[in-house]
Design a protein around this ligand. Structure first.
Ligand SMILES: *Cc1c(COP(=O)(O)O)cnc(C)c1O
Length: 411
């Protein structure tokens, strides 16, 4: 018997009416007219609202939910999520401005990232947000800046833990890393921090990203609490703030399943109950990017040409790698796999045939669908790439080959 090939999980977060995909209650072909051009990104605000509600429904009440802006910094999206979450995490001065524009209290904004410039540190101190210190050198530089400007900065120590989030799409901790201060160095840094005129708030411990396995996330969260407790003994003042990271993944590729939140939420409740007395003043923050926005977004481009080459069918679109690097397989993938794709204006149809959906760039890397099973494709059809709400527009080289830029809309 032939083994069934792995498939994508159904993209059933979007409704289909009259065989046409709906985004934000608008048929995608009508949405294309409304936007006024293809390609475009469309983000469904209701899906983001639902996602946050689902998390709130399962998580312990005293978990603070933050949105990591870098996954999708479109100001309208950030504004929408600012109203739903408890805070925002930024990674640059421009993201900080977008975050402050939403009216979010500076107390609920934090700034992480290696290589913060003096200008960024100065602005962050003036804003009164929490600055996650990525190195001993950055701490000294910030202290000097604060002495000059007279603003006492709120700081947290970002820890490079001595463990990792296993089977993560992107490992960001354990071993040598540019992110955070090695756990074993943190006690000495905390001692020095106590001598400087900086307001210690707590710790930021982020161990990885794009994880779909509850057991791996549970293990990392348990290790994170243990490490924070150990380090708290060396802190110059009680821990007010503990950011335990996030790393919740979404299914991109065939065979992947949606993350089962239940066990993760249960473990968080257990950890909070166990450690409440040890960290009585600490606000516990979970920071999520793609999990909040990734599944709510689509990228839409249009078929410009159809051709055959030595037996294979090519649908050439006006969108591709330059707008959506991740879907082309060039954003950290080792082996290229297809994102889920459909024809937005003809979701189902017979016969299904293998189509190569490619972009207009003169490079063999510009692929949106490699031998993807699609209904008969016509010129003018709208190709929809799902799971595009995070690390899509923002993580793509728009200038490569100088084609027009995509538009972003929140629907
Ligand atoms: C990138 C990043 C995030 C967001 O990761 P997602 O996979 O989008 O959830 C959160 N925290 C830090 C420190 C990051 O660098």
């Amino acid at each position: 018997m032939k083994k069934a090939l792995p498939e994508h999980v159904p993209m059933d977060q979007f409704k289909v009416i009259d065989n046409c995909l709906q985004v934000g209650h608008v048929a995608v072909d009508r949405l294309a007219e409304r936007v006024g051009q293809t390609p475009f990104y469309a983000y469904d605000r209701q899906l983001m609202t639902d996602r946050v509600a689902a998390l709130r429904g399962q998580f312990p009440e005293d978990i603070h939910l933050h949105y990591a802006i870098k996954s999708n910094p479109m100001p309208a999206v950030v504004q929408h999520l600012a109203g739903l979450t408890d805070g925002l995490d930024v990674a640059s001065l421009k993201e900080l401005r977008v975050a402050l524009d939403t009216g979010t209290s500076p107390r609920n904004i934090s700034f992480a990232g290696p290589g913060k410039s003096d200008a960024e540190l100065k602005a962050a101190a003036a804003a009164g947000i929490i600055i996650n210190l990525e190195s001993a050198g950055e701490m000294e530089r910030l202290a000097t800046i604060c002495n000059q400007s007279g603003h006492r900065a709120n700081v947290a120590v970002r820890v490079n833990p001595d463990f990792e989030l296993k089977t993560s799409g992107m490992k960001m901790a354990g071993g040598p890393k540019p992110f955070g201060i090695d756990a074993e160095e943190v006690p000495a840094v905390l001692k020095r921090l106590g001598q400087l005129d900086l307001a210690f708030q707590g710790f930021h411990i982020f161990s990885g990203s794009q994880n779909l396995r509850p057991d791996a996330i549970i293990e990392a969260q348990t290790n994170t609490f243990a490490l924070a407790l150990k380090l708290a003994d060396h802190a110059p003042s009680p821990v007010q703030w503990l950011n335990i990271g996030g790393g919740f993944g979404i299914p991109y590729f065939p065979g992947e399943q949606r993350l089962d939140l239940g066990p993760v939420a249960d473990n968080l409740a257990t950890l909070l109950a166990r450690h409440r007395a040890d960290l009585p003043e600490a606000e516990i923050v979970v920071e999520l990017g793609r999990y909040l926005v990734g599944e709510a977004g689509v990228y839409v481009c249009e078929v410009i040409d159809l051709k055959k080459s030595r037996g294979e069918t090519y649908a050439v679109t006006n969108g591709g790698l330059h707008h959506h690097l991740a879907a082309s397989g060039n954003f950290g993938q080792v082996i290229r796999k297809n994102y889920p794709v459909c024809i937005g204006n003809r979701v189902t149809g017979d016969p299904l045939t293998a189509v190569n959906v490619v972009g207009p760039l003169c490079t063999p890397l510009d692929i949106l669908g490699d031998k993807y099973a699609l209904p008969p494709v016509q010129i003018g059809d709208l190709i929809v790439v799902f799971q595009s709400g995070a690390y899509g527009y923002t993580a793509s080289p728009h200038h490569f080959l100088s084609h027009p830029e995509p538009v972003e809309v929140l629907v």
